[in-house]
Design a protein around this ligand. Structure first.
Ligand SMILES: *Cc1c(COP(=O)(O)O)cnc(C)c1O
Length: 391
């Protein structure tokens, strides 16, 4: 038996804050509790039929069975470029300014390997999708947290970043509409980001995973539609949330040709691209009937209204999100993120995610995902009421 020792890059990872909750969730299920799981950001709705039909048709064609190109089929990248023209009036060269990804997580995890040297600083929001900071660490970079605070509308305060940090900062991650806070960013904020990035020579990586999940007529802006954005950054994008395709693993990144090229170079040495039949289905998703998106948004709007109204009736402080399928709210007085999430699970059989699990500034908050039916959300509200919250 040899001694198996993990590399320092794994040993340095922060503790996994959801481990305790995962254990309790499994225990509750084993006890036979009818758990309402609002913990994970994975759509419960199926992929639209026309996209599935395209996959099954393409899967039968031998020409799609071979190694795909690592940067993506030209047809897929052209479809992405047409989508950006139509959606955001942005011109993209499909060959140099678009790269396909095996889900946007893959690209986010790999981008620091292309540009971050050991000791370089990467500006990451906190609370946030954990991949930004961990990918930075895997590349030897140092994540510098930009706290997302309620008083700033959950946008980072760029002026608060110390000059010494800025001098070493190479890259910045942003994500709007935001997971986990459900906050949105205005064009004016993105304009400030472009100017800031130019001034301090920082590459911007904007994660636009929730681009089509806007409610009440709100259309989330693309970072790419801001003048000068393509000179400083790229945008990550995904079919996962827009078309309920999380399991399919298809996404893309667009923008600055040098940054896209660097990411492509890393990928060409690590993976071999996306199954071409999935890319053909991805073209169908981007260019086929888009009514599935408005139907999806209607469903999330109804669910949001049930949950937010219910939580408000219980006296919980919660803002009405106008994008994403998350509801982010303050744990009731006397509770921490973890203690309230534990109470919900133990007393109400509800899984919610403690906000501090996304980073220390998330302490005091809890995230619920709108990934169960409105009837189940109504039941969740009743169960919370029954444990005495709000009385
Ligand atoms: C869901 C999600 C993604 C998408 O991941 P895929 O790998 O494309 O499935 C990216 N960023 C954030 C913030 C997300 O919540």
């Amino acid at each position: 038996m040899i001694k198996i020792e993990k590399a320092d890059r794994l040993k340095q990872l922060p503790p996994y804050l959801f481990a305790e909750l995962d254990r309790k969730k499994a225990e509750a299920r084993a006890r036979g509790v009818d758990v309402i799981d609002l913990g994970v950001g994975d759509p419960d709705l199926p992929t639209p039929d026309h996209i599935i039909a395209k996959l099954t048709e393409a899967a039968r064609q031998p020409r799609y069975h071979r190694y795909p190109s690592y940067t993506g089929m030209n047809d897929f990248r052209e479809a992405v470029s047409r989508w950006y023209k139509k959606r955001a009036n942005v011109e993209l060269d499909p060959l140099r300014e678009v790269v396909s990804l095996i889900g946007s997580k893959e690209g986010i995890a790999h981008i620091p390997l292309a540009f971050v040297n050991p000791g370089d600083v990467v500006l990451v929001p906190s609370p946030a999708y954990p991949v930004y900071a961990i990918a930075t660490m895997f590349a030897g970079g140092i994540p510098h947290e930009m706290p997302l605070l309620k008083e700033n509308g959950f946008l980072p305060d760029l002026d608060a970043i110390p000059a010494a940090v800025l001098a070493r900062a190479k890259m910045m991650f942003l994500n709007y509409p935001n997971n986990p806070t459900a906050a949105t960013a205005s064009r004016e904020f993105f304009e400030q980001v472009v100017a800031f990035a130019e001034r301090h020579q920082i590459m911007v990586c904007h994660d636009y995973a929730y681009s089509e999940m806007g409610f009440d007529g709100y259309v989330p802006p693309s970072f790419m539609e801001i003048a000068g954005a393509k000179e400083v950054g790229i945008e990550f994008h995904s079919l996962s949330k827009t078309y309920n395709m999380t399991g399919w693993r298809i996404g893309f990144a667009v923008g600055n040709a040098q940054i896209i090229g660097g990411l492509g170079q890393i990928k060409s040495n690590i993976d071999s691209g996306i199954f071409e039949a999935v890319q053909v289905a991805g073209i169908e998703a981007l260019e086929g009937d888009q009514s599935c998106i408005s139907r999806m948004c209607e469903i999330y709007t109804e669910r949001r209204d049930v949950l937010v109204a219910g939580l408000k009736r219980l006296g919980i402080k919660v803002a009405v999100p106008r994008a994403t399928f998350y509801v982010w709210f303050e744990a009731p007085t006397g509770h921490t993120s973890a203690s309230f999430a534990a109470l919900l699970l133990e007393k109400a059989g509800i899984v919610a995610t403690p906000g501090n699990g996304f980073g220390a500034p998330g302490e005091g908050y809890v995230r619920m995902a709108l990934t169960v039916s409105k009837e189940r959300l109504q039941e969740a509200v009743e169960r919370i009421a029954a444990i005495g919250i709000g009385r």
